[in-house]
Design a binder for this molecule. Structure first.
Ligand SMILES: *Cc1c(COP(=O)(O)O)cnc(C)c1O
Length: 434
């Protein structure tokens, strides 16, 4: 499989090179040159496949010849060692729980897949070149990447996070591992962190000194494995024989874009819904056609505090850059913190379900879509993080009921180790000094 840059000014590359580079040299995101639908017989008989067999079928065309099939099979099996339960909240409305991985974040899947691909590309140590994974996190990516890459040979990880804008537990997840994982606390917001990362990738001063790659959802190895969730949910719902819509709480729009890629290769999805926090550029665009980005707004769903979503360009590509095509496949709604808290409260009081702020936004968007359209098939909202990671913003009556998972209990008392930076030149000297 080959990938081209969506800025169209860089050379076409293989999967391997797209993973190692992250972003194309012209700053464009990589996108597959050719997308083949899966065999209809596979979709028809999907119940017969295990989760990792589904994942293998779904991802193999995107990897192509760069990883031999038996190795790819082993990789997806190692990635998917936890479940993705589908919990019916009220009739026809399901929470797809994506937070049962090691860092309790849906990003565990992409991070673990990407780490194993890089590990494979670096398998021959005599030829291996040390790579530095540079990543900006708005909260959840950091922990998932840190955990996914921890102790992977030949890979150093540097994580930038906005000071004071991630939860205490999230901060512990990315600052307490040590070894090949380094955390840098940035005075600024997530967009500032992301801007520094993008600048570093284009900085020629690193050439021949530090080999940088990204692990944000711009990286194809983080983005594409997210297709698995949608296929796994479909497998569980297919027998009901009703149309299915997915509601995805979105920030950088990588997860929902993977869902749309799943649809493109044949997954029957009737419609997508996106829920955002106050950073509502996409819902605003769908409504008015105006795609003007503003300053990032800090919210209680902080993993989605993104003003300029990187993956939106891939979504446009999937819809031929035509807003009407997009409107036919995607609806968008945005929510204030007050509305998000109200949704968490009503999920808890009416259905005894504890959602985190992001999942609550996905739920709200699904309900609003159903109210607006009268849709009467099955609605699935993606619950993207365990509520324990957002204790400080979940109403008190609810947090009292949350049981601390072992993975978190093990790290809360560990000491935070992070460097502090506020400018790009500080990041640069930190990277150059190793
Ligand atoms: C990253 C994240 C999101 C947003 O996912 P995107 O792919 O960036 O749209 C939503 N919820 C949680 C908990 C996240 O960590």
């Amino acid at each position: 499989m080959q990938y081209f840059s969506l800025h169209k000014k860089a050379a076409v590359v293989s999967f391997r090179e797209a993973v190692i580079r992250g972003l194309a040299p012209d700053r464009g995101l990589y996108y597959p040159t050719e997308i083949k639908p899966l065999a209809e017989s596979f979709i028809q008989s999907i119940e017969a496949f295990s989760d990792h067999e589904i994942a293998f079928e779904v991802i193999k065309q995107f990897v192509g010849d760069d990883i031999p099939l038996p190795d790819l099979h082993r990789i997806v099996k190692e990635v998917l060692t936890f479940d993705f339960p589908l919990v019916e909240i009220e009739p026809g409305i399901f929470s797809l729980e994506l937070f049962h991985g090691p860092t309790l974040a849906f990003k565990d899947v992409g991070a673990r897949f990407m780490a194993r691909c890089l590990g494979y590309f670096n398998r021959d140590e005599s030829k291996a070149e040390k790579v530095t994974v540079l990543v900006a996190t708005s909260g959840d990516t950091g922990g998932a990447v840190a955990n996914g890459f921890y102790e992977v040979d030949g890979v150093e990880v540097v994580i930038l996070y906005p000071s004071g804008k991630v939860s205490d537990i999230q901060e512990k997840q990315l600052t307490t591992l040590g070894k090949n994982i380094r955390a840098l606390e940035v005075s600024g917001n997530f967009d500032d962190c992301q801007a520094m990362v993008k600048k570093a990738f284009l900085d020629e001063d690193f050439e021949g000194k530090v080999k940088l790659t990204s692990a944000n959802s711009i990286n194809v190895a983080r983005w594409l494995p997210q297709m698995f969730y949608y296929f796994i949910a479909y497998k569980k719902l297919k027998k009901e024989g009703k149309p299915i819509v997915f509601s995805v709480p979105s920030g950088n729009f990588g997860n929902i874009c993977a869902g749309m890629m799943a649809q493109k290769i044949g997954l029957p999805v009737a419609h997508f819904i996106t829920g955002t926090n106050a950073n509502n550029i996409v819902p605003q665009y769908l409504k008015t056609g105006d795609y003007t980005s503003r300053e990032t707004i800090a919210t209680i769903a902080n993993a989605m505090d993104v003003a300029a979503p990187s993956n939106f360009i891939r979504i446009e590509e999937l819809h031929n850059h035509n807003i009407e095509n997009l409107r036919n496949n995607l609806s968008g709604y945005s929510y204030s913190d007050k509305e998000t808290r109200a949704a968490m409260n009503s999920l808890f009081s009416e259905f005894d379900y504890i959602a985190d702020p992001h999942g609550a936004i996905g739920y709200s968007a699904l309900k609003d879509y159903i109210k607006e359209t009268g849709f009467d098939g099955l609605g699935v909202f993606l619950e993207t993080a365990h509520p324990v990671k957002f204790l400080d913003v979940i109403p008190k009556e609810i947090t009292e009921k949350i049981i601390l998972p072992q993975a978190i209990a093990n790290i809360v008392h560990k000491e935070k180790i992070a460097g502090k930076i506020s400018t790009y030149s500080q990041l640069k000297s930190s990277l150059l000094s190793g």
